[in-house]
Design a protein around this ligand. Structure first.
Ligand code: ADP
Length: 577
């Protein structure tokens, strides 16, 4: 409960006010029913007192008015509170996201951010704006009705409520069976979700192989499992729960109160007119039972959601400097840097190297050597365990975030385009850039023509009407980096999966981008590193070699080995080293 209470604290007053007003509305609506019963009693007297009838009618109308006002104001309060709550939490989460290390945004984390920002807030919204007011009415209405009826005639109240005994029994049976089978159903639903994902991801393969593949079969099996589990749960459970709810339906309640009332009149225990309040208010006793049985679910969902949001808000942040420093120049230094993703497992060990201003440095090495990790540290994806990373002589930990992002930008394998217009995607690093600046960047990145050929040109939205190939997306990411115009650039060579024509354009675009900047690029294919000013060879987190292509080729080390492997047969048949 604590997470939920903390999240709702800022709007607590209004939520409480809304609950009280809902309770007032519930009592007022019962008062209207009571007035009708009173009116009937007055009218059935042998001599009708006009004064009394007028008073009762006034009371009925007044209670109606009170009910509508209380309900409307109550709903308004709760909806306002809900909207403010959603805005506040979303702002908090977004502010938080701005302060967590960039390295934190992995696959799993993106999913949890999405869940917190959308689904979890929705669950708390449902509780505040819908479940709480409904539940308030569902509890206050029958309790008030019960109190009134007990005061009028406790014997008739008890007789009318006898019907609740079989209801409770049937409901208990249904709940017990449901609980037992619920887990099986949940796991069958999980099975279907997994099979659907597998099915959709593999749909091209499934189609091209025509017949039933494994994924296809698994999908069918998951659906069969679900159907079996569903009938096992729903069959017996539904039988009992439907019978239970049918027992407390308005028609059954009418039957119960009129039967009990008729018997009481027959036995001379009450006057016929005294039965009327029971017939009318009896309906209010059981109608909200359905809502009450659903209420705890909404609370449980909101509690779980709130604790997930709290957990997200508790993510450790990158510490910000008390007195930020401004870098002098664009030289990058790694000074004794040791770092790992998991405690105790260093991915980089005692790295020492410098990137001279305006030069291109290539990072090469076997897969898993630590290239991406080292490149990420330049953009402060995380802080090193030991040593420091400096730009322009300033430790990244002494730079504030705005300065850091004005100094370093990165183009990664995944172009990272947002679901926004192409123009806004290019403008990301400089939101105030003019249209002609955006066009100039796109031209330099060799993607202007591509963008113009989209249905709405620069206004086309990525993922909607701007459907871009991998190479085109890359060039837009390059245009973005060009416009951001930072002195330091981190590149992850992404040409591995694009066609040769696209690759040539990307190469042109990159040449424009790197000119005059301090560049660190992760090379996946060695022939792109030949022209680099400096090559750093990483091996298992350690700097194994450093030099130019010519120097490293002459030395028969790891680089020469990698180079031979990448050229393959040519080398073996006596080609150049
Ligand atoms: P490269 O880019 O050279 O292929 P990486 O920098 O991606 O190498 O990885 C270096 C080491 O760190 C590898 O052992 C890898 O398994 C590990 N690693 C990379 N990213 C993570 C992560 N997010 N969590 C845990 N370990 C990671």
């Amino acid at each position: 409960m604590t997470g939920l209470r903390v999240l709702l604290r800022p709007v607590r007053g209004r939520v409480a006010g809304g609950v009280v007003l809902q309770a007032v509305a519930a009592v007022a609506s019962l008062a209207t029913f009571a007035a009708v019963a009173l009116l009937a009693a007055e009218l059935m007297r042998s001599t009708v007192a006009a004064e009394a009838v007028r008073a009762v009618v006034f009371f009925a109308v007044a209670s109606l008015v009170v009910r509508f006002i209380a309900q409307a104001v109550g709903y308004q309060l709760m909806h306002d509170a809900d909207i403010d709550f959603q805005l506040a939490v979303r702002k908090k989460v977004v502010a938080k996201l701005g302060r967590v290390p960039l390295g934190w945004f992995g696959q799993r984390n993106s999913a949890s951010v999405k869940k917190a920002l959308a689904d979890d807030i929705e669950a708390v919204h449902y509780l505040v704006a819908h479940a709480l007011p409904d539940l308030t009415a569902a509890i206050v209405t029958p309790l008030t009705a019960l109190a009134v009826l007990v005061v009028l005639d406790w014997r008739l109240t008890v007789a009318s409520l006898v019907i609740l005994v079989p209801f409770a029994l049937l409901f208990r049976v249904a709940a017990r069976r449901g609980g037992r089978q619920g887990e099986r159903l949940a796991s069958a639903v999980g099975g279907i979700t997994k099979a659907v994902i597998e099915f959709v991801q593999g749909i091209a393969v499934i189609k091209s192989f025509g017949g039933r593949t494994r994924a296809d079969n698994r999908f069918h099996r998951a659906v069969d499992d679900y159907m079996t589990a569903f009938s096992a749960v729903k069959g017996p459970v539904l039988k009992f729960s439907s019978a239970a709810y049918a027992l407390v339906s308005p028609a059954m309640m009418l039957l119960a109160t009129t039967t009990a009332g008729t018997l009481f009149v027959f036995w001379g225990l009450v006057e016929p007119v005294e039965v009327l309040p029971f017939v009318l208010l009896g309906l209010a006793l059981t109608a909200p039972l359905v809502i009450i049985t659903y209420g705890p679910q909404a609370f449980a969902a909101a509690r779980a959601a709130a604790s997930r949001v709290e957990e997200l808000l508790a993510t450790p942040e990158l510490p910000q400097p008390a007195e930020p420093k401004v870098p002098d120049g664009s030289r990058v230094d790694f000074d004794g840097v040791t770092f790992g993703h998991q405690a105790g497992v260093a991915a980089l060990r005692d790295l020492n190297f410098s990137l001279e201003p305006g030069t291109v440095t290539a990072l090469v090495g076997p897969s898993g050597a630590g290239k991406s990790t080292a490149a990420g540290l330049v953009a402060r994806f995380a802080d090193p365990w030991e040593g420091e990373v400096r730009i322009g002589g300033v430790d990244l930990r002494d730079m504030d975030t705005a300065t850091l992002y004005a100094t370093v930008s990165f183009v990664l394998q995944d172009a990272g385009l947002l679901n926004a217009s192409v123009a806004d995607n290019i403008r990301l690093g400089r939101p105030d850039a003019t249209v002609s600046e955006v066009h100039a960047a796109a031209m330099a990145a060799r993607c202007h023509e591509v963008v113009l050929s989209l249905p709405r040109g620069y206004d086309s939205v990525v993922g909607e009407d701007a459907l871009l190939s991998g190479g085109e997306a890359q060039r837009i990411a390059i245009a973005r980096a060009l416009l951001a115009d930072t002195p330091v650039l981190v590149l992850d060579e992404a040409t591995a999966f694009v066609d040769p024509e696209s690759e040539a354009s990307i190469y042109d675009a990159l040449s424009t981008l790197v000119a005059g900047r301090t560049v660190l690029f992760i090379a996946h294919r060695l022939y792109t590193v030949v022209d680099a000013d400096q090559i750093l060879v990483l091996d298992n987190g350690v700097l194994a070699e450093r030099g130019t292509h010519a120097e490293l080729s002459a030395r028969d080390g790891l680089y020469a080995q990698l180079w031979r492997a990448s050229r393959g047969p040519e080398v073996l048949t006596g080609g150049e080293r």
